[in-house]
Design a binder for this molecule. Structure first.
Ligand SMILES: Nc1ncnc2c1ncn2[C@@H]1O[C@H](COP(=O)(O)OP(=O)(O)OP(=O)(O)O)[C@@H](O)[C@H]1O
Ligand SMILES: [Mg+2]
Length: 339
């Protein structure tokens, strides 16, 4: 198999384009997403509902709906193009190299099988363990993710567990083969706040112990601030800003990111009004010519309507795609030239 990229990276997503071909036309769900992930790195993907977070995750795992297709770009795992993988290699990749925790644990656990048989199946699919060994490992995994009485739980069915417990089971399943990369797609949105905090703490703890890389998908910037080495902000299927948590929280350079920050609930002041971003998300069936956020942006200029902004670097870690930054840069240069 050809090795055509930097093997320092576990994962490289290069100019990914994913579309769904529906009766109404081509839904351009992901439009040119690029990022890299190193071993042990924790990356957050944030954005409103419909911004393309899950479709990006499913494109990496190659588990798109029948109507969905990667129409451009590449996903490389340790320098190898996943598009070149045959079925068997792809099955090995899922689970052993990269695992995903889905948004809703009830739809991804099978209601007619016990929790134990499902974790054991995940283990036996990717290792040479016997049934007995897989059972021991399944109990160990449940213990690792903080499920009490693991032996008894193995015999229970998903509906017999609480929401938080089911999510822990999903994490145990995803981690059973110690993948290099864990994709957690909104792993806590269906849970109440206390359980949410517990699950996030658990994931951070496991990340430190097992050293895996994590892609944390969420629509809530506040939730992932503490745990990410870097954050990408998505809008309309593209990355509009990327940086460290500090870059994003204290020096946001895209009006959409600023809007997201204003809409984070402040736990210390529950009376404070949240400011939702006004306007509706773009129509992915009919993408605008210019900046995707333009129609909702207070600061939009003429050029924003006409041309897509290029990604501009603010620093080694911080990049944003907004014409305002280009304007500022040009004004600074002009000022410098005059002085
Ligand atoms: N099977 C499909 N057929 C047609 N369009 C789809 C399909 N799956 C996703 N889409 C569209 O792709 C876009 C991106 O969806 P995606 O699920 O990635 O959003 P998301 O950012 O994960 O949102 P959420 O926060 O609600 O989970 C949406 O507009 C969605 O309607
Ligand atoms: Mg989603």
């Amino acid at each position: 198999m050809s090795t055509n990229s930097n093997e320092e990276y576990l994962l490289e997503v290069k100019d990914l384009h994913t579309s769904f071909f529906t009766e109404s036309g081509e839904v351009k769900a992901v439009n040119g997403v690029s990022f890299t992930l190193k071993p042990g790195e924790v990356m957050g993907i944030v954005g409103e509902s419909g911004s393309g977070k899950s479709v990006t995750a499913y494109s990496i795992m190659q588990i798109l709906a029948d109507t969905g297709r990667i129409v451009g770009g590449q996903v490389l795992y340790r320098g190898q193009d996943l598009a070149q993988f045959d079925r068997k290699q792809m099955a090995g990749f899922r689970g052993k190299c990269c695992s995903i925790i889905f948004q809703d644990p009830m739809t991804s656990l099978n209601p007619v099988f016990t929790v134990g048989s499902q974790i054991m199946e995940a283990i036996r699919l990717h290792t040479k363990k016997t049934k007995e060994e897989a059972k021991v490992r399944a109990a160990e995994m449940l213990e690792l993710v903080g499920v009490n009485e693991p032996e008894r739980r193995l015999k229970q069915y998903p509906h017999e567990l609480s929401g938080g417990m089911r999510q822990r089971v999903m994490i145990a399943m995803a981690l059973a083969c110690e993948p290099d990369i864990l994709i957690a797609d909104e792993p806590t949105t269906a849970l109440d706040v206390t359980i949410q905090a517990q699950i996030l703490e658990l994931m951070q703890d496991l990340q430190k112990r097992l050293g895996m890389a994590i892609i944390m998908v969420t629509h809530d910037l506040g939730v992932i601030a503490d745990m990410c080495d870097k954050i990408v902000v998505m809008y309309g299927g593209s990355i509009c800003e990327r940086g460290t948590a500090d870059d994003i929280f204290y020096h946001a350079k895209h009006e959409y990111t600023k809007g997201l920050l204003r809409s984070i609930p402040n736990v210390n002041n529950s009376k404070e009004r949240l400011i939702p971003i006004s306007g509706t998300p773009i129509n992915l069936l009919n993408m605008p010519k210019g900046c995707a956020f333009c129609s909702r942006c207070d600061k939009a200029m003429k050029i924003c309507l006409e041309q897509k902004p290029e990604e501009l670097s603010m620093s080694d870690t911080h990049k944003a795609s907004c014409w305002m930054n280009v304007k500022e840069m040009l004004e600074k240069q002009a000022g410098g030239a005059q002085a």
